[in-house]
Design a protein around this ligand. Structure first.
Ligand code: ADP
Ligand code: MG
Length: 611
């Protein structure tokens, strides 16, 4: 059933339902849209307030749920009932987070290999449920501000999120009543907000430096023809603005003895305030309980330095993994609230030897990018043709060296396709699965990606095995190919990166070649298909004759042998029509006795049955 959106304020039908972009962050979350009327790209907020909603959930004594700024207060007064950093738990088991457990002030249930559950007031919550509460709050406030229902969203996740974490995010959206149209990578979203990848500009390599509240992520992306490829990611899941705040508190405690009388929590709040103020001024001073706390910019820079150095170490590793030198980076974009500190911008600029790009609000940039992606999905941004798609077809080699395409070119990713194959020979125990990319009909003209062997298929006649081969390409463009023989359960899989070492020119050349050779390719494919079919027919007919020679007349044997020879001859002549004709002739000869022998077999099976 189609949904029709009604503008609550005006009562009019809305032509396009809004699709929002959501940054579901560890510390802060927010919603952005391209406004349906003004067409402006904006983060959603109430007048005079911040667009950021702290990712904090407080469960009151009678289980009332408070999310956002108001919940943040309870981090201090009631930590056991106040959940923060739920994102860290997404798609994780207790074993996964065991080492970092001291970072959580609320109760996490210890069940080794089960998905994490949080216990508050004798109720249990999964990470998905917790995230859904934040999403619900975002949806509610967006609806309130926009005065229109919000049912569809694009949600961002870190580039390193695995399938389980992405699925957990999707599920959280669903629980919150949101149809999650797409999960996109945070660095991809940030690049979109900076306008990269929106036109068919030349290839660009972008470093996305994202320093948030509790996490640091550096991602190196290659963008070409609107395709975002994550070349590498690195980071530290426990490094961010919180560490700077802690550093300030430690510094104050050591410098001003009187601070011991102020609660740690109060000090942390003041420390964050000091840090933020020092992003715009040189000095911070405040009086609390008659005590004066001060922090100068140079002092703050000394506190930030070790944290900054760690981020640069991660950046080095990311460059190395992407096989790039610093000079190959075209743009460095700043993401995350903590990049507002001038010292961070300066040092990152020095590290890359290039001025960092900080034009877009670093708190909002990810959500803004998600909103652009949402607008593209809504079909409003017509000039973007290619985005997150497969530039070339992906497939595998079948009999006769033919290309069998599972994911055609321009398939939107993530995507999945599967098909069943079988064995060609009796007792065949393995199948070689060769993966190719390209538009030509013969694999020899395409680009070979990789190959693997599905081994251990039990002994069965040709054509009996059922081999299911699935192609799954994820949001990062990584292709997982899995093969499973369904009767025996033997399985095997492989991961490949189809876009690796593939330049725009390569893609273009492959497309041009396929157009140039289309006619010949079709002819060759038809011939190869006919040949494969004929070879199989030769095999089965010869096998049948050997087994049932006693049931056939002399005349039948003679005419069959002649027809087999004629088919053999047509194969050597490479004439598709002739091969088909000879197959038909052979079939016409063998059909009567094949039916007769079958009947005999059935009758003997029946008479052998004891009742
Ligand atoms: P996340 O992606 O983890 O949800 P954000 O990108 O919202 O986090 O960043 C939050 C962090 O940014 C907090 O540590 C906050 O103190 C810090 N921050 C926000 N504004 C400033 C500022 N003006 N100067 C320095 N740090 C800031
Ligand atoms: Mg973030």
């Amino acid at each position: 059933m189609a949904k029709i959106a009604i503008n609550i304020a005006t009562g009019s039908l809305q032509q396009n339902e809004v699709i929002v972009g959501i940054d579901l962050g560890t510390t802060n979350s927010l919603v952005a849209i391209i406004h349906p009327e003004s067409k402006k790209l904006i983060a959603i907020k109430e007048h005079d307030s911040s667009s950021l909603v702290p990712s904090v959930i407080y469960f009151g004594n009678s289980n009332e749920v408070v999310v956002g700024e108001k919940a943040k207060e309870y981090l201090i007064s009631n930590p056991a009932q106040t959940i923060f950093s739920a994102k860290r738990l997404m798609g994780k088991t207790y074993n996964d987070i065991r080492d970092g457990i001291k970072n959580f002030s609320y109760q996490i249930i210890d069940e080794d290999d089960k998905l994490v559950k949080v216990k508050v007031n004798n109720n249990f919550y999964s990470a998905t449920e917790l995230s859904s509460l934040i999403l619900k709050e975002l949806k509610k406030s967006a609806e309130h501000i926009l005065k229109t229902p919000v049912n569809k969203a694009v949600i961002t996740v870190p580039a390193y999120f695995n399938d389980a974490q992405r699925q957990a995010t999707r599920d959280a959206g669903k629980l919150a009543g949101l149809d999650v149209l797409r999960i996109i990578n945070e660095p991809t979203a940030a690049s979109l907000a900076y306008g990269f990848g929106l036109s068919n500009e030349e290839e660009k390599i972008i470093a996305v430096y994202d320093l948030g509240g509790g996490t640091f992520d550096i991602s190196i992306l290659k963008i070409h023809n609107g395709i975002f490829e994550v070349l590498s990611t690195n980071g530290d899941t426990f490094l961010g603005g919180d560490d700077i705040d802690n550093g300030i508190v430690q510094y104050w405690l050591s410098k001003f003895k009187e601070t011991a009388n102020i609660s740690q929590q109060q000090l942390r709040v003041l420390a964050e305030k000091a840090k933020k103020i020092l992003s715009d001024t040189d000095n911070f001073m405040v009086e609390i309980n008659g005590i004066i706390l001060a922090l100068s910019l140079p002092e703050l820079e000394t506190i930030i330095k070790p944290i900054l150095n760690k981020t640069l170490e991660c950046s080095k590793k990311a460059l190395k993994d992407a096989d790039l030198t610093i000079h190959q980076i075209d743009e460095i974009i700043m993401v995350g609230g903590s990049t507002r500190s001038p010292v961070i911008k300066k040092e990152v600029t020095d590290f890359f030897g290039k001025k960092v790009n900080d034009k877009v609000n670093p708190d909002e940039v990810v959500a803004l990018g998600a909103a652009i992606q949402a607008d593209i999905l809504a079909g409003n941004t017509k000039d973007v043709l290619l985005l997150d798609i497969t530039p070339l077809s992906l497939g595998l080699e079948t009999a006769g060296g033919l290309m069998d395409v599972l994911l055609p070119r321009n398939t939107k990713i993530p995507a999945r396709a599967s098909r069943q194959y079988t064995t060609q020979k009796d007792g065949q125990s393995g199948i070689v699965i060769s993966l190719y990319q390209g538009e030509r009909d013969l694999v020899k003209d395409n680009r070979k990606l990789d190959e693997f062997i599905l081994k251990g298929i039990p002994n069965m006649p040709a054509g009996f095995a059922k081999v299911d081969i699935a192609f799954l390409i994820n949001a990062d463009g990584i292709l997982k190919v899995s093969a499973k023989e369904l009767r025996s359960g033997v399985a095997q899989e492989i991961l490949v990166k189809p876009q690796q070492n593939l330049s725009d020119e390569d893609v273009e050349k492959m497309l041009q070649d396929s157009i140039k050779n289309a006619k010949e390719d079709i002819t060759i494919r038809a011939l190869v298909e006919a040949t494969t079919e004929a070879e199989q027919l030769l095999n089965t007919t010869e096998g049948f004759i050997q087994k049932n020679i006693h049931y056939l007349s002399q005349q039948e044997l003679l005419s069959t042998s002649e027809a087999l020879q004629a088919l053999q001859l047509s194969l050597s002549m490479g004439d598709k029509n002739l091969i088909q004709l000879k197959m038909e002739e052979l079939n016409a000869i063998s059909k009567p006795y094949a039916e007769r022998v079958m009947d005999l077999a059935v009758n003997s099976a029946m008479s052998g049955k004891k009742i």
